[in-house]
Write a protein that binds this ligand. Sequence first.
Ligand SMILES: [Zn+2]
Length: 205
Amino acid sequence: VSQGARAAATRLRELLGPNRVALHRLRVQDGEADVLVVESDGNVPVVAVIFGSPKEGALVRLHSRCTYGEVFGSRDCDCRQQLEVSLSMMSAAGEGVFVYLDQEGRGAGSLVKAQGYAITQRDGVDTFSAYSSLGVDTDSRRYDDCGMVLDALSLSSIRLLTNNPSKARALIEMGFDVRREPLVVAAHPESADYLSAKRRHGHLL
Ligand SMILES: [Zn+2]
């Protein structure tokens, strides 16, 4: 593992306790990466896949789990493409931090996500309205622990791969210097409705 990742793991162990942090090497599609997993009290685990030895200005992606897209290859969203494009950009750049978060359904979980899909299909409303009609926050994701990991990696200035300004905002509020890098993917034509709903809710697509 790289020196930077090892130093980050040491800092995080001091902060959270020795049993809350793990670091190892992983062979990935186009090479190898360091994987740093952190779980703080009451929060979802942060799985940081670290390419190279990221320096200031490195590419960072905060990616929330989407079982439909990533496991089943759903054509209703663009999550899998976003994941693949981000990973290949970092691999090509030789550095980057891809943070995978267990925040299915924009943080609401698998059941609410499925209930949202059902309402969307029954009533023809978008996913955000479906969440509202379920009385659920349209986006309850949190990025505090991501900030902690980036900080432990000594990154204060990053290029954030996202089309979602609220993700950039969350990191800026934690004191990071954030430049947003658009994430351009070839989306399925069937995901057009979902993408236009995202657009209406502030995503820059
Ligand atoms: Zn998805």
